[in-house]
Write a protein that binds this ligand. Sequence first.
Ligand code: 7RM
Length: 630
Amino acid sequence: MSLITTFEEYKEQYKKSIEQPEQFWAEQAEQFVWKKRWDNVLDWNFVEPKIEWFAGGKLNITENCLDRHLAERGDQVAYYWEPNEPGDNPFQYTYSELHEQVCKFANVLKKNGAKKGDRICIYMPMVPELAVALLACARIGAIHSVVFGGFSALALSGRIQDCDCNIVITSDGAYRGAKSIPIKDVVDEALEICPSVKKVIVVERTNSPIKMVAGRDVLWSEEMKEASSDCLAEAMDAEDILFILYTSGSTGKPKGVVHTCGGYMVYTHYTFENVFQYKKDEVYWCTADIGWITGHSYIVYAPLLAGATSVMFEGIPTYPDAGRFWQVIDKYKVNIFYTAPTAIRALEAAGLDFVKPYKLDSLKVLGSVGEPINEEAWNWYNVNIGKENCPIVDTWWQTETGGILISPLAGITKTKPSFATLPLPGIQPVLVDDKGNEITGNGVEGNLCIKFPWPSIIRTTYGDHERCRQTYFATYPGLYFTGDGCKRDLDGYYRITGRVDDVMNVSGHRIGTAEVESAINMHVDVVESAVVAFPHDIKGQGIYAYVICTNKNKSAEFLRLEIMAEITKLIGPIAKPDKIQIVSGLPKTRSGKIMRRILRKIAEGDINNLGDISTLLDPSIVEEIKAGAL
Ligand code: 7RM
């Protein structure tokens, strides 16, 4: 079936996708290269859950990302790579060059012992080799587990251990803005407690001195020298695992979200072309890091499946100044620009002087992802970047959904600031109350669930299927629960209001309150802690920690620094609280539950509206906390 070009066509495709989902998605799947056609389009239940798309089909996603395009667009640029430092040499890969690099590196992986089904950890900055690494894993049927370069050694080791990786692909160092980060040192430290890892492959980016462990560590450049550029693409079952990506939830350690080959390919491609209305020869830029799902789906897989030309950017939005994004857009004549509200707000705060020097006249479509975009940021983006001439697609989705579920189609769906608008074809959203009753009609609000599978829905959480069932399919039986709250307005448009569970969204990074609490609790002087989010002008949400401490000899300031260091060590700097309040107790009910509602109110500064506190074991603690609020 072809690209949607009018709102009428959207409605037709939507209707078909609901009435005949199997036929609808089979038609989408047909345009790809399959080594063997599927036996069955869909087999599912949300009880176990068990979800299989295109079962029996055999394919390799990299043949569809690369080989399939060679005849027609071998010389077309797949990636323009823009370095951290504006003056440094940019770099590019055409589709043929990328194909060659992927084949060569796939052979390097094999030479270093990688086999189909192995888990390979990738811990790297945004260098071109990062995309090559993911694709090379997929080429040989190894499962990649990318860990964002901002996570600490301990966080990295936890993820390596959870899925038993045998290889780590990394770099010597990383450039991020004015900073140079010793990536390889972090890997060395992590691997002290990861005996499963036998090989480390190191890309040289900063040429900083590193320690090479004999027999374990090899250099990317050395290995590539002799590698052959012939590499047959492994035949993968549609339901074989393509990758694992760890994400935070409301309880416990991060979960390894599993995506499989066939459905993920079909769905990410379909959504990329339709949401962004990508047309041949356009230049597309998604500013995410490949360490997050947005980068997996909409920097690596979907744009390549569509044969698109993308920009890949190593740096950050504010280096060397807050005009960097706009300069890069002009430089590459970017047509489609996809970024996060937190970046938009930070650049808005920097002032229009950083926007004025740039033309931005190549832009056709703007995108937003990762957190709710407030009306003010939406308007600023629309007026100053889009010049009121570019549709904004506010794309709502999650690591677990693999691709975009609710979003306007650029130029087709009428937009409304801060609304993700309408479900894409194949997506059946429902709002439910806390008891799980469906809330029908418009002008309503509830917990957002999806009642029918789409091809890139999460299949399991790696190594712990029960956790997947519990987290997503047990709260409201028969439904996939997103963890988000949502309004449906009188036009039937969806507006995501934010998480309804204990997951925070700080600068678009998903962080569990429980994760931060357990890191704080590791500090020797800490008895107990409670972490909540509060509204933050730039980050969307900030982190507020209430901490009970035993040691009365340490100053609050000193304790705060130590707690920050503990969190940086256990998780990474992204999880550092904005505020740490030392308290002598926490507001608990008689049954011992912390009343987070009260702590959230205090963190928001709304101290006179705490509601009913009569069920507290010791209501006086609330007065103390209010008096000391930061
Ligand atoms: C893609 C991604 C998922 C959570 C999700 C929401 C929030 C993401 C939007 C949004 C409002 C949006 N994956 N979220 N996109 N909220 N509008 N357009 O971010 O797994 O890292 O986070 O992010 O709360 O549940 S994620």
